[in-house]
Structure formats: structure tokens, C-alpha cells
Design a protein around this ligand. Structure first.
Ligand SMILES: [Fe+2]
Ligand SMILES: [Fe+2]
Length: 380
């Protein structure tokens, strides 16, 4: 049999303060466990509401976040009794029970909405669900700023009690921490992403003949990864690795980088050093866990499965799927891109050369995925 929700047990028993503390603690542990590992805002809010609804044996919960630009409180709420369909509900920040809690920073426990003059019945009716019992708590950002309001609802009157309200208050603190963490995490991700993009643009701009090479390699690598059925996390890593793979060209002399013709053997040897420089530069960056292997993935793009590549002459067993993808994306784009001294190769010709290098030097599955990405039938 399913265990009774904590809120239900709390409201059924007139428990001692000691028992209340223990149960509050139990609920908080469950909430922390549920929310602690989620950093994506799109997943976090539904997870919060699911956990809160369950904890209080409620029918639904909503989290209103303050939209300062419009001075409104905004939430996605379930439509009618259908929990799958949602609609965006916007309320003026000073109206209804939610607005009142937002303005006063004080919790509200309403035993019967029919008797509460602040209850916005018409707004509730517009969602197809009219609650009789409500608990509403502010969600603080920092010590004094309120960033939103959480409400828990039931269609029976007198469903919630004072003990529930104090538990919701404690949960609201946890919710605020989780929201702040998620917002901070998203901000860091955006910052990292814009840094990588700006860095790769600056790099590509150094050599006008290979303009947007990094961006294109990133896109092609992601396309190959997509057709190989790789996870979103790996596709994201491929994007960043693609944008940064030639970062070592920062150390390549301009005269070689911009030479309007074929490089002689000595110049080519210097050009080849960029891959090792990429490793040196990227190894010094402290990446977060999801990009842990990035220096290696990005800088091994000239290695070949038979050990004939550079800078380390690694063989197949040392080259993982991400490095193999990047190698295919890089060589394809390098061959088909226009240079100052030559036109880019037609796709067919480049694929012919790539076919000759496969499977000895390039990974067969990656080449197949490249062709799919380019719109060729998977068998060609
Ligand atoms: Fe390169
Ligand atoms: Fe490259």
C-alpha cells in the first residue's frame, strides 16, 4: 500500500512538538533530495510542485514568479482537472491572496476561500479549478526580496492546518535556494557559452581564409553526433569542443596562417603544432564536470585511427567517439571551405577522399552519420 503523505499524517494527528519536528525534518529531507540534484529551471519548477502537492496531500500547487517588467506574478497552472495541459496565469502583483502575500511577505492559511474577501474567485474560475482551502507562502530571494509566491490548494474546506503552513514555510526556503541555484547555474552556463563563442569568433577572425571554420566544425560535429543517436550532453560537449578545437592556432605565426598558397614541409610542421597547443591551452582551463574531457576531445582532431595523425600518433583504442566525430567534421569542413588560394572542394569529391580514408583512418560510423547529416541516403 502507498505510504500516506506527510502532510496528511500531520493533519490527521495532533502530534507532540517533538513528533512535528521529526516529521518536518523527514519532509525537508525528501524535498531536498528531490530538488537538490535538479539544475534545469524547466525541470525544477514541475519537480517542486509535484513534491509540494504530494507532501500536503493537496490537489495542486503553483509557483508564481515575479515579472518586474510587467509588475505581475506569473505561473504555469494546470488547466481544469487535466494535470497535463497547462496555461500561463498572470496576476497583477497587488491583487488576490497571492498578491497580498507577495506585498506583505506574510503567509496565509485560508480554511475556506468562500469566506475570504481577498480570494480572486474569477481568476480561479478562469483556470477551471476553484479551491476552498489554500496555503500561500512568499518565496524569498536573499533575506528581504520576495521573488515569488507558492500556493497549495484543495477543493475541500479546512484541508490544511497550522502545522502544514509552518512546514510549507520551511519548504519555501528550500524552494528559494533551489531556484537561486538553478538561476545561477543557468547564468554561468550562458556566460560560459558566450565566452566560448566570442573566443572562437576571435580565433576565426585571425585567419580570414578559414572564417567561421570553428563554428562550422561545431555544427557538423553536432550533426554527426545527432545521427549517431548521442545524448544531449555529448552533443553539447561536441559543440564546445568544435568551437575551441583550433584554439592552438593562437600560437601559429601569422605568416604561416595567412600564407596565400601551399605550405612547404617546414611551415606545415609548424602549422601542425597547433593541435598540441590546443591541448596545452585547454588543459589549463578548469572546466566543470560536464566538460571534463574537453581539452582531449578538442585537441585530438588531427589524430587518425591507424596512428598516422598528429600530434601524438594515437591509435583507434585511444580515440573515443567524440574525438573521432571531431576528426571527421574537421577534415570535411577544411576540404570543402574556400581558401584565399583555392576554391573549396565539391562535397562529392571531399566525400570520395573521406571514403578512401575510411575505415583505416576515419571512423566508419561517423562518416556514415556525416553523409546522413548532409542529406545522403544512409547506405551510400
Ligand atoms: Fe586543426
Ligand atoms: Fe580545424
Amino acid at each position: 500500500m502507498r505510504e500516506k503523505p506527510i502532510g496528511s499524517r500531520l493533519t490527521e494527528e495532533l502530534s507532540t512538538p517533538q513528533t512535528d519536528s521529526q516529521r518536518h525534518l523527514e519532509a525537508m529531507v525528501q524535498v531536498s533530495r528531490a530538488l537538490g540534484s535538479i539544475m534545469d529551471m524547466n525541470q525544477l519548477i514541475p519537480a517542486i510542485l509535484k513534491q509540494v502537492t504530494y507532501t500536503f496531500c493537496a490537489e495542486r500547487s503553483s509557483l508564481f514568479l515575479y515579472d518586474a517588467e510587467h509588475d505581475q506574478l506569473c505561473a504555469r497552472v494546470a488547466e481544469g482537472l487535466d494535470q497535463q495541459r497547462t496555461l500561463e496565469l498572470r496576476l497583477p502583483a497587488n491583487q488576490g491572496v497571492v498578491g497580498q502575500v507577495f506585498q506583505t511577505h506574510e503567509n496565509r492559511l485560508i480554511h475556506d476561500t468562500k469566506k475570504d474577501p481577498n480570494f480572486a474567485k474569477r481568476v480561479a474560475q478562469s483556470t477551471g479549478y476553484v479551491p476552498r482551502s489554500m496555503m500561500v507562502c512568499p518565496v524569498f530571494h536573499g533575506l528581504h526580496n520576495v521573488t515569488g509566491v507558492i500556493q497549495v490548494l484543495h477543493s475541500d474546506p479546512n484541508h490544511f492546518h497550522e502545522t502544514d503552513l509552518s512546514l510549507l514555510e520551511a519548504i519555501a526556503v528550500q524552494v528559494a535556494i533551489s531556484l537561486e541555484n538553478a538561476q545561477l547555474y543557468e547564468k554561468q552556463k550562458r556566460q560560459f557559452s558566450s565566452f566560448v563563442r566570442a573566443f572562437s569568433t576571435a580565433l576565426d577572425a585571425r585567419d580570414p581564409s578559414t572564417q567561421e571554420h570553428s563554428l562550422n566544425v561545431a555544427n557538423i560535429a553536432q550533426g554527426i553526433g545527432y545521427y549517431l543517436g548521442l545524448s544531449f550532453e555529448i552533443l553539447d560537449r561536441l559543440r564546445v569542443a568544435g568551437l575551441l578545437h583550433d584554439v592552438g592556432k593562437i600560437g601559429t605565426p601569422e605568416a604561416i596562417l595567412k600564407k596565400p598558397g601551399k605550405l612547404d614541409p617546414d611551415e606545415f610542421a609548424i602549422m601542425k603544432e597547433h593541435a598540441a597547443y590546443s591541448m596545452q591551452i585547454l588543459s589549463q582551463i578548469e572546466f566543470t564536470d560536464e566538460y571534463e574531457d574537453l581539452a582531449r576531445v578538442a585537441s585530438l582532431h588531427h589524430e587518425k585511427l591507424d596512428g598516422s595523425g598528429y600530434p601524438y600518433g594515437m591509435k583507434a583504442d585511444e580515440l573515443n567517439i567524440e574525438t573521432r566525430i571531431l576528426a571527421v567534421a574537421d577534415i570535411y569542413h577544411a576540404m570543402t571551405q574556400d581558401r584565399i588560394y583555392r576554391k573549396g572542394m565539391p562535397t562529392e569529391k571531399a566525400l570520395g577522399i573521406i571514403d578512401d580514408m575510411t575505415p583505416n583512418q576515419l571512423d566508419e560510423a561517423c562518416v556514415m552519420a556525416l553523409k546522413q547529416f548532409l542529406g545522403y541516403p544512409s547506405s551510400s
